[in-house]
Design a protein around this ligand. Structure first.
Ligand code: FE2
Length: 346
């Protein structure tokens, strides 16, 4: 079975192809699943942030090129593909529409089944597949999402229950805004991470913490007050940019680890799995490793190539949906899907 996955929820247009030895639906066995390619074209970060119309224009321009490159790299033709999966949501409406039109056109013209995929579930499933985790406590950290979740049963059905989440902005969004507003290079979360690392090296492993607000409410988090305090400290030259980036990361990550540790103690899941674009952050990985070591729990972070938005994760989740016969009647893009929107039948 060969599945083409198309991703277009925000800044990235991606196309990935996966191949599975499974031929029939009914048994979800992902052991013999291989990613054949994972092509993407990402709209670059800029000082202006992301403007939805510009993102959609970009995706419309690169869509065919990316899909062609993916099929060529995978060594398959569109006729060899058994199903076309696409990101149904959540995401930016204008971007979702481009991904949907692209997938729907390919599906109709080539008489292939169209498989809508919940983008947030795809982040989790690609992590579970790549890290060989069966039933982890999930920490999903990206630009728009910050959630701590675990699979739980309700009325005989399984869902990813969101145990804790951000009450305002996503952690990636918070870091991107800090990077952009204080003119880092690149002007985003990566700029914050690099500046914090340079500061720690310059301090020879003895960085000084600049006091910032810390907001954990049960297992929920809030980052907007922290964002305001960081930007105010920068405007007032209260400390160096390096110390500020270091302190912003330490505060936000400590909040996340504290809430996750609480969720882990409640659920006693055997693994902690971190997924999403912010899972690439070295310091965040280090902090989770320490916490999991203390809790004697296995920690896994999704590999870099499957952390940010890309098509392979949509193909992996699409394949799981097909094998589990989890068909969704509606294929229309839906901006407000959540991790807990879909029954998990695998
Ligand atoms: Fe994402």
């Amino acid at each position: 079975m060969i599945v083409l996955g198309i991703e277009a929820t925000a800044h990235t247009f991606g196309a990935g192809v996966v191949e599975s030895q499974a031929r029939t639906a009914g048994a979800v066995d992902m052991r013999n699943t291989r990613v054949l390619c994972n092509e993407f074209d990402r709209y670059p970060s800029s000082a202006d942030g992301f403007i939805p119309r510009k993102l959609a224009d970009h995706h419309a321009k690169v869509a065919l090129k990316v899909v062609r490159a993916a099929l060529q790299k995978a060594g398959v033709g569109i006729r060899d593909v058994d199903a076309i999966a696409f990101s149904q949501g959540p995401g930016i409406g204008a971007c979702l529409r481009i991904g949907y039109v692209c997938a729907k056109s390919l599906s109709t013209l080539n008489s292939k089944p169209l498989v809508p995929v919940n983008h947030t579930v795809a982040h989790v499933e690609v992590g579970k597949w790549a890290c060989n985790c069966k039933d982890p406590l999930v920490v999903y950290v990206s630009g728009g999402n910050t959630q701590i979740a675990a699979k739980q049963k309700q009325d005989g059905k399984s869902y990813y229950r969101v145990l804790g989440e951000t009450l305002d902005v996503g952690i990636g969004n918070f870091l991107d805004v800090v990077g952009r507003k204080i003119n880092l290079s690149p002007p985003d979360a990566v700029g914050v991470m690099k500046t914090a690392q340079q500061y720690c090296r310059a301090q020879k492993g003895k960085p000084e913490y600049f006091e910032l607000p810390y907001t954990v409410k049960g297992m929920n988090l809030a980052f907007s007050g922290l964002q305001t305090a960081v930007l105010r400290a920068h405007a007032q030259n209260a400390c160096s940019v390096g110390q500020l980036c270091y302190s912003a990361q330490e505060t936000a990550f400590a909040m996340l680890v504290e809430a996750s540790e609480r969720a882990l103690c409640h659920t006693r899941k055997p693994q902690v799995l971190m997924v999403g674009g912010v899972a690439k952050n070295d310091r965040l990985r280090e902090m989770y490793s320490l916490m999991c070591k203390e809790q004697q729990t296995r920690f896994e972070a999704v590999p870099f190539e499957y952390a940010g938005d890309q098509g392979a994760m949509i193909a992996v989740a699409g394949l799981k949906n097909i094998l589990a016969k989890a068909t969704n009647k509606s294929v229309e893009p839906t901006q407000d899907l959540r991790l807990d929107s879909q029954e998990i039948t695998w």
